[in-house]
Design a protein around this ligand. Structure first.
Ligand SMILES: [Zn+2]
Length: 74
């Protein structure tokens, strides 16, 4: 019953129905997904950088105030 549905697929980019052997309906869609992935990866790296920076800031800030608090007063 459901085996007639399995011989066709939908393009992951534009959603058009296509042959199940193909990964994308056209070369344009394949290129589009590759560009999207690259952009996603770059966004992820920027996010990771911000996260590391933020963690460093959290790690450094209390240390500085702690140093000031324990510094001997004249
Ligand atoms: Zn497509």
């Amino acid at each position: 019953m459901a085996d007639k549905v399995s011989d066709h697929k939908h393009c992951p980019v534009c959603g058009k129905s296509m042959n199940a052997e193909n990964r994308f309906c056209s070369e344009e869609c394949e290129k589009g997904l590759a560009g999207q992935r690259k952009r996603q990866q770059r966004t992820m790296w920027i996010f990771m950088g911000i996260l590391v920076l933020f963690m460093l800031l959290i790690y450094i800030l209390p240390g500085q105030t702690g140093c000031l608090g324990t510094a001997p007063k004249p």
